[in-house]
Design a protein. Structure first.
Length: 354
């Protein structure tokens, strides 16, 4: 189990970017840019990093690619450096995927590399019933504390029942759940399950709903607890591919959400307009118009424009921007200049690329 101070930070709510993969034109790891990305996120105020997740590209696990351990280690080294000057260490989250044998190996690798939590995807167990899924989760949780992940079906996930989530929440070594079904009904399934499990104070709920980021962060769900009495479950922070870009603005938005939730700032229509603007920008970065085909390349394109990456290259040579996506990025950057952190990046870029 991670140190209590780390769990406390997770429960306070953090900006956790899903870390991209920087490549050269020959599709080899660009270590200089990879380190610069980690430094950027940590300098921007991210409280954690998620590595080896979808935004990092699952193909890093392919034996021919051989980048799984190196990428985890590079990020860990940068977090080690950052921890020297931080009061609370960076929360380190590693993606864990595949059937039980693979997920177990990945959980051991994450722990060996110093990661605190495994973000557990169940996409590979598409035909498993709830009993098999719970057994799988229990097995991985014996190796590393886990964050559940409700990945939307459109991005390769599967439907998961309220019953599954309640049983999942009852696993002792579950410390958080990332809700990302892009569906309010299914989001409520998870929230209700956490409350019904009696572990609402133990499990930090994080948003991955890219279409509803700010609204998730300012919503308190009041639902029935195990005894039928009302329990308030709030979304503490976010673990998002969208927060891999314009990260210092994401830190500002999470701080705003926390101040709204604490009553220090009164919620108004401008905040809801901001929420809609973030959704519009995300739709372009993640290429929602084309079924998210250009989502990783869209993240890369923003980072290339800022000078943090040299190109949008992905391990899959067929992955790139969709037709018109670059022009749409121009549109949202011009329409919402307050959403980008270009000035912040330009001020520090040389230091991060050292």
């Amino acid at each position: 189990m991670p140190h209590k101070s780390l769990l406390d930070e997770l429960h306070k709510g953090l900006v956790i970017p899903a870390h991209p993969l920087a490549l050269t034109e020959s599709r080899k790891l660009d270590e200089r840019s990879q380190r610069a990305l980690s430094r950027y996120y940590l300098a921007a105020g991210a409280g954690g990093l998620a590595v080896g997740v979808h935004t990092t590209q699952f193909a890093i696990r392919d034996k021919a690619v051989g980048l799984h351990r190196p990428v985890l280690k590079l990020a860990a080294e940068e977090m080690d450096t950052a921890d020297v000057t931080r009061i609370v260490p960076v929360v380190r989250i590693a993606g864990v995927v595949g059937p039980t044998s693979q997920a177990s190996q990945e959980a051991h690798l994450a722990a060996d590399c110093g990661y605190h939590v495994g973000l557990l995807s169940l996409a590979a167990l598409s035909d498993a019933d709830d009993d098999a899924l719970i057994e799988h989760c229990r097995h991985v949780a014996q190796i590393i504390p886990i964050m559940g992940f409700y990945l939307q079906p459109a991005a390769g996930g599967r439907l998961l029942s309220h019953n599954f989530w309640q049983r999942f929440a009852e696993i002792e070594n579950v410390v958080a759940i990332k809700i990302a079904p892009f569906n309010r009904y299914q989001t409520l399934d998870v929230v209700r399950a956490v409350a019904a499990s009696g572990r609402a104070d133990d499990i930090a709920v994080y948003t991955g709903n890219d279409d509803n980021i700010l609204v998730d962060l300012i919503t308190s769900f009041t639902v029935a607890g195990p005894d039928g009495e009302p329990v308030a479950v709030g979304v503490k922070g976010g673990l998002l591919g969208h927060w891999a870009v314009w990260t210092s603005r994401a830190v500002h938005h999470l701080s705003l959400a926390h101040r709204i939730n604490q009553g220090a700032v009164r919620l108004n229509t401008e905040h809801l307009s901001l929420a809609a603007q973030i959704t519009d920008a995300n739709a372009v970065v993640f290429d929602a118009a084309n079924g998210f085909a250009g989502c990783i390349a869209g993240v890369h394109e923003v980072l290339v424009r800022q000078g943090l990456m040299k190109g949008i290259w992905c391990l899959d040579r067929d992955e790139g921007l969709s037709l018109g996506q670059a022009e749409e990025l121009d549109r949202v950057q011009n329409a919402y200049p307050h959403l980008n952190d270009d000035e912040f990046v330009s001020q520090h870029l040389d230091d991060w690329l050292r």
